[in-house]
Design a binder for this molecule. Structure first.
Ligand code: HEC
Length: 116
């Protein structure tokens, strides 16, 4: 019986996390996809080129930085200036800056799941 509970728990947990991921990818496409490219498992979620390609971004930056960047890029650039040197070099000339995106905390978490 205990085993069954554990298995059921794992199935439910797997279902929740895979759903979180699917929602995140969908959200990413609608909120970020116009400006950013993202590939997940080799499949293209979006192909925007205004901002940098975000494939693998969670391996390059901390979770805190990425989550803050989504809704408050100006603050994130100030707080984590070191993380942004590459962006300043890349985006400084064109003057293109990411706008603040209105997202609920839950949506930020969902999108982050898709970026991992
Ligand atoms: C209107 C275009 C636009 C939208 C929409 C947009 N971004 Fe950006 N993003 C940019 C640009 C341009 C940059 C380059 C740095 C800067 O100017 O802020 C950037 C940079 C970033 C970075 C830093 C990347 C790095 O290599 O350090 C992250 C993370 C990021 N965006 C995440 C997101 C997420 C997640 C969303 C959706 C919630 C989003 N962006 C929506 C334009 C956009």
């Amino acid at each position: 019986m205990k085993k069954l509970t554990i298995i059921a728990g794992m199935i439910i947990l797997g279902f929740i996390t895979s759903n979180l991921f699917a929602d995140g990818a969908k959200l990413f496409k609608s909120k970020c996809g116009a400006c950013h490219t993202l590939k997940v498992d080799g499949k293209k979620v979006s192909g925007g080129t205004v901002g940098p390609d975000l494939t693998g971004v969670a391996k390059q930056h901390s979770e805190k930085f990425i989550k803050l960047y989504m809704t408050k890029p100006v603050q994130a650039r100030k707080k984590y200036a070191k993380n942004c040197e590459h962006l300043i070099k890349k985006c400084g000339k064109s003057g293109l800056k990411m706008p603040s995106i209105m997202l609920k905390k839950e949506q930020v978490n969902q999108i982050y799941e898709a970026l991992k």
